[in-house]
Design a protein around this ligand. Structure first.
Ligand SMILES: [Zn+2]
Length: 139
């Protein structure tokens, strides 16, 4: 992760943003969710996982899917560097629920992409539960 003009930035492959957008449409009216795989400097892939949350406007990544994505990343010499989920009706700004979720670690994977079909994608650094915006350097 680098810093340009004082803001955090990370390289993101353009195809993965399209993958997340397709996943969001496919899962509607439910939220989609998945993991982001890459290296310290770059996010290469978005891998869709099953959303096992009971409530429609929430997400909870299937633990078995999470495990298999870790194995998949390991085989490709990559790491899980973050997560993503969609907001069906809202903008891609973390909700109160997102901010209060106990999941967010201070160590990797601390990146989180939120996608809204109407408003696009935004990337955040969730360390300290601050959800600091991260600039996406799309490659
Ligand atoms: Zn959310």
């Amino acid at each position: 992760m680098g810093s340009r003009s004082g803001r955090l930035s990370v390289q993101v492959r353009g195809e993965l943003i399209e993958t997340v957008a397709r996943d969001a449409l496919r899962c509607m009216p439910r939220e989609c969710c998945g993991v982001l795989a890459g290296t310290a400097r770059r996010i290469d892939h978005a891998w869709s996982c099953r959303n096992v949350a009971e409530h429609e406007a929430r997400f909870e990544i299937d633990p078995l899917d999470l495990l298999s994505t870790h194995r998949r990343a390991e085989r490709m010499d990559l790491a899980i560097v973050g997560f993503y989920h969609s907001h069906v009706d809202a903008s891609p700004i973390p909700s109160e629920l997102d901010r209060s979720a106990p999941l967010w670690p201070d160590l990797p994977p601390f990146l989180h992409l939120v996608h809204s079909p109407r408003h696009g994608s935004r990337l955040y650094d969730t360390r300290g539960r601050r959800w600091t915006p991260v600039e996406m350097d799309v490659i």
